[in-house]
Design a binder for this molecule. Structure first.
Ligand SMILES: [Zn+2]
Length: 497
């Protein structure tokens, strides 16, 4: 188990038995192995938060060794900081730009986030009247937002029954329909050769263009099994490239997901987050399929990560759109389409508490920048927890809680190393593409083709800002990207800022 995920054991809670429901108890010991952020009782959310995030010397040492090691690599290769090294060649270009981007957003979403916390607080106070054991503080605390977001979402739709509209087969038809409309391609099941796939439940899709023929292949490794890592991802087996004989080598990629294997009488039904992941990962796969670069090391997703998430995040806009959803989602038993109030409420649920959610992402990204940048050496001799606390208190709407070290549980500091901001920046671009080309008509073939030719086809062979400018007709400066993300919130949020 990864060190950031190790459980913290804790005994003697002395709490109402009703509240302890759902916790992991072994003999006299209750284990806190997650934040329990969706637990209905605040005492449990609070305890879990305080215990799970309690500073741990061993992890702090590992983190500081990693960051110091990264600083050494940066110095040896002629960079001031690891962030500076990590950002070379990206859309953002430099740590200063990333910091500006994040700080500008933080400033512009502060009021919206504050309003959302006020709404959460009023729900909390209502709850206190009816069920006092489940509320402890009158303020919104850092362990509250996921619970209240989920609470409001559940009022809009029933998680169990909405899944009935999203059988895997129907969702694949949905993807097929979107790609057919945008790019004139279809996803066709082909039988793998003997010994070609690594497990019997993997299927192979040929991505076929109506006039250009087969553009590439996707292996769909969709189902959960024992030895499989529990992470959704896309990876390339080999990229597209122009061969010496003038023939184009077709891209081959894998989509690795963790859906439940279908039962004897029920198909695989996707939860809303799984549906979104499916569309997201297919966004990556199509980036690879539609790439037509000369060299394979710069094809498809092989581009800077703050740009690589653009096609996948764009697909999340498609799958949140009622016109797209109603064109494919239907009940697996009755065939009844997802429509009317049920459909609208489901779409609404995706627009709840966006400001506070973005504010949290901005805070995470700033911590990642600070740790990999010059914050520590420039300011004063402080611990990583001090940096975390300062950033949280300055940029996040809910203050830091003493003796908690959230950064020691944030595994993304390892994998992203100075690039956690990438999702926000990619979203800034993707949302602009959505508004400019697909918001009026998510099935627009002409705009789909334009998006393919100007952006997807080039992978990382040209600088991301060149590709974005060619498509959008405007240079993606930090101001433009900030404005785009703020506009996205303005348009989508259910709560006017
Ligand atoms: Zn992605």
């Amino acid at each position: 188990m990864h060190v950031v995920q190790q459980p913290t054991p804790k005994m003697d809670f002395n709490l109402e038995p009703e509240l302890l429901k759902g916790l992991h108890v072994e003999g006299d010991t209750t284990f806190v192995n997650s934040l329990q952020s969706e637990h209905f009782g605040e005492p449990i959310r609070e305890l879990s938060y305080r215990i799970y995030l309690y500073p741990n010397e061993r992890t702090e040492l590992l983190l500081s060794n990693m960051l110091e090691g990264r600083q050494i690599i940066a110095s040896m290769t002629g960079f001031k900081t690891f962030a500076e090294r990590a950002l070379k060649g990206t859309l953002a270009e430099s740590p200063e730009n990333v910091w500006n981007f994040l700080e500008n957003i933080a400033e512009k979403i502060r009021d919206g986030a504050r309003k959302e916390y006020e709404i959460m607080r009023s729900i909390k106070m209502e709850k206190k009247e009816t069920d006092s054991i489940s509320v402890r503080h009158d303020e919104i605390m850092p362990w509250d937002p996921p619970y209240f977001a989920n609470y409001c979402r559940k009022k809009l739709y029933d998680e169990e029954s909405i899944c009935d509209y999203f059988s895997l087969g129907v969702c694949m038809e949905g993807l097929n329909m979107v790609f057919k409309s945008l790019f004139d391609v279809t996803l066709e099941n082909v039988k793998p050769e003997e010994g070609e796939v690594w497990h019997y439940d993997i299927y192979k899709l040929a991505v076929t263009h109506r006039t250009e023929g087969i553009l590439g292949y996707i292996y769909c490794d969709f189902f959960d099994r024992k030895e499989k890592p529990n992470q959704d991802c896309h990876f390339t087996i080999h990229g597209g490239r122009m061969k010496e004989d003038g023939e184009y080598q077709l891209p081959i990629v894998v989509l690795h997901l963790n859906f439940m294997f279908p039962g004897s009488f029920t198909p695989t039904l996707l939860q809303p987050s799984q549906l979104e992941n499916l569309f997201h990962e297919f966004g990556h796969a199509m980036h690879s399929m539609l790439g037509r670069t000369q060299y394979q090391h710069v094809t498809g997703t092989r581009c800077p990560i703050d740009f690589a998430e653009v096609p996948s995040v764009l697909m999340e806009y498609f799958v949140s759109d009622p016109r797209v959803l109603s064109a494919f989602a239907k009940h697996y038993k009755t065939g009844e389409p997802l429509e009317g109030e049920r459909l609208m409420n489901f779409c609404k649920s995706k627009r709840l508490f966006l400001y506070s959610d973005y504010q949290l992402q901005v805070f995470y990204a700033l911590v990642d920048q600070a740790f990999h940048g010059s914050w520590k050496s420039d300011t004063y001799d402080c611990s990583y927890t001090d940096i975390l606390r300062d950033i949280q208190n300055k940029y996040y709407g809910i203050p830091h809680v003493k003796d908690t070290a959230w950064h020691l549980r944030f595994g993304h500091l390892v994998g992203y190393g100075g690039k956690y901001y990438s999702y926000l920046m990619s979203r800034a671009v993707a949302s602009r593409i959505w508004r400019q080309f697909f918001k009026d008509d998510p099935f627009n073939r002409e705009n789909g083709e334009r998006y393919r030719q100007e952006l997807l086809a080039h992978g990382g062979e040209r600088h991301p800002s060149e590709l974005i400018e060619a498509l959008l007709g405007e240079k993606p400066t930090i101001e433009m990207l900030t404005e785009s993300l703020v506009e996205d919130l303005r348009q989508r949020s259910l709560i006017p800022a």
